[in-house]
Write a protein that binds this ligand. Structure first.
Ligand code: AMP
Length: 544
């Protein structure tokens, strides 16, 4: 027997229809690649995304085809997302920070027929175009005045395409399980793998992420997603802001603290989201300039662990609440959020800071467990750590094209590759990526925890810990530090800072200072490269 309720398919274009109708005048402000600022709103972005959809139909794109974007966070990029998936095709975000060979691989693997690109990438695409086998149309996301005159690629002009469309276009009434988006993981080993989101998974993720205990965005909010739309869907914000009619502020090609700070103050940003490295730069900028964060109330930090000192600084110096979140491309991306439970709200400020360094509790729609190597579920005691497994309607079921074969176990769990604990209150804490954990004398040392503590030492801007081979213990931790501008921290002082904050046997065997720590295309510390850089290194004690 079927139930008696309406069959209202969960399609992403319903989000922008809703925003245009109910919050049409709520603004979308973007810094553009041409320079300067562009002001638009949900009604306008809705109208123009229909233009994109219509233009794509005229170019011959069909339902299920893929159209890629190589673009920063702007109003045009939002229009492309809704336009592409609204006409039944798949919006494939390409991370421009990947190596050129990976970009070529991803576009060819996805079989993208159309590629939208920002002005920034004209040179790159001129170079790569001969290797992009499936792309039939390159659309340059600019106006006629900024089109290059003698490019080697026959670029179409975005603004002309949108202007030519009359907007009389009906969104595609596809099944809710139809693919809407595609994003490749920036895997550190092997080729990147594609996660093919459905309309249904994106809409459910949106409903899950806007709740008070999750992102908690509302129509009053002014949201600045610094996290790029090509990094795990900007954590869903172009969808969730539409679902609630929040104002959006988009930084375009800018990620530097002075520009973002100016934008944030000018537009009255109340909510923002980014990886920790962005906030390291911002906190340093605030300190140097003696400024504050204006109307900002909440920052979501994820992608890598947010150090305790960062959470404390935001709160104590600027009155801003950090919401620590964890997720992954394979999870659309939101998994856990560190909002306070009723119990946690009763804790002292210091205890709350401790809790906030954990990655938070599962939101409804996400099932979590940690297991040992044999697959046995470990207790939720905050101590036992093991493989973090997830299940839910916005978690990956298989990779695009079946890459990697079966990725779920017999009960439908996906192994995240993270190692974590879960405590009695349901708070999950990432101890490491499984491949980064330091195995010392048969026990595991958490590189993340060491990094979080090291970053609190005076004069330390950034810290990374890697396991180095050791004749007696298999591996021992090596602490790599980037000093703050003008500071010259000493090894003894950093180690003294760690004393009492970590188990004695976790103490790094050495501290080295470098100008820069390598990062992946999504802002994570690139431990593989770091390990290669230190391939010839050996601990002082071993050398004698
Ligand atoms: P990505 O798919 O690029 O977003 O990467 C997902 C991975 O980033 C996760 O599996 C974690 O290893 C890591 N990650 C994401 N958020 C956090 C966090 N808050 N703390 C520690 N690691 C994180």
């Amino acid at each position: 027997m079927l139930g008696g309720m309406q069959d209202w398919p969960l399609l992403v274009w319903k989000l922008i229809d809703f925003a245009a109708l109910n919050h049409g005048s709520r603004e979308i402000v973007s810094l553009t690649c041409e320079g300067g600022e562009h002001r638009s709103n949900w009604a306008e972005v809705h109208r123009r995304s229909k233009g994109v959809a219509q233009a794509l139909s005229r170019l011959g794109l069909k339902q299920g085809d893929r159209a890629a974007t190589l673009a920063w966070n702007t109003h045009r990029h939002i229009e492309c997302w809704y336009g592409i998936s609204g006409m039944g095709a798949v919006a494939h975000t390409v991370n421009p920070r990947l190596f050129e060979d990976q970009i070529v691989y991803i576009i060819n693997h996805a079989g993208d027929r159309v590629l939208f690109l920002d002005l920034t990438f004209v040179g790159l695409i001129e170079k790569l175009a001969p290797r992009l086998n499936s792309v039939e149309h390159f659309v340059l996301m600019t106006d006629a005045a900024h089109m290059p005159t003698n490019a080697s690629v026959d670029f179409l002009c975005y603004e002309e395409l949108v202007a030519q469309a009359d907007g009389d276009f009906a969104w595609a009434r596809v099944e809710e399980t139809t693919p809407a988006g595609l994003c490749y993981t920036s895997g550190t080993t092997g080729n990147p793998k594609g996660v093919l989101y459905t309309h249904r998974s994106n809409v459910l993720h949106t409903l899950g992420s806007i709740t008070k205990d999750a992102m908690g965005v509302g129509s009053e909010d002014v949201a600045l997603p610094v996290v790029p739309m090509y990094h795990a869907n900007a954590w869903g914000l172009p969808y969730s802001c539409a679902a609630v009619g929040a104002k959006m502020v988009m930084g375009g090609p800018h990620f530097d603290a002075p520009t973002l700070h100016k934008l944030l103050m000018k537009e009255g940003v109340t909510f923002t989201a980014a990886v920790p490295t962005i906030w390291l730069g911002m906190l340093q900028h605030l300190e140097e300039t003696g400024t504050d964060l204006g109307a900002l109330k909440r920052v979501v930090i994820g992608g890598s662990a947010a150090p305790r000192s960062m959470i404390v600084d935001f709160k104590e110096k600027y009155g801003v609440e950090v919401i620590h979140a964890w997720g992954m491309t394979e999870m659309s991306p939101l998994g856990t959020v560190g909002s306070l439970s009723a119990e946690a709200a009763k804790l002292s400020q210091e205890e709350q800071f401790d809790l906030k360094t954990k990655q938070g509790r599962a939101i409804f729609g996400v099932e979590l467990k940690v297991t040992d190597d044999a697959g046995t579920t470990l207790p939720r005691d905050g101590e036992s750590f093991g493989h973090l497994m997830v299940r839910g309607p916005w978690c990956v079921g298989e990779y695009f094209g079946g890459e990697g074969g079966h990725i779920l176990d017999a009960e439908g769990w996906f192994d995240t590759g993270d190692v974590a604990t879960i405590d009695q209150g349901g708070y999950m804490q990432i101890t490491d990526r499984a491949k980064d954990v330091i195995k010392s004398g048969g026990e595991w040392i958490s590189s993340i925890e060491l990094e979080n503590e090291a970053i609190g030492a005076a004069g330390v801007a950034e810290a990374a810990v890697i396991g180095m081979p050791h004749p007696k213990w298999d591996e021992r931790p090596l602490l790599v530090i980037v000093p703050k501008a003008g500071a010259t921290p000493r090894k003894e002082d950093v180690l003294a800072h760690l004393e009492g904050r970590i188990a004695k046997w976790w103490m790094p065997d050495d501290v080295v200072f470098v100008d820069e720590i390598p990062h992946t295309a999504t802002g994570k510390i690139q431990k593989t490269t770091l390990r290669e850089q230190f391939a010839d290194y050996s601990f002082p004690a071993v050398d004698g």
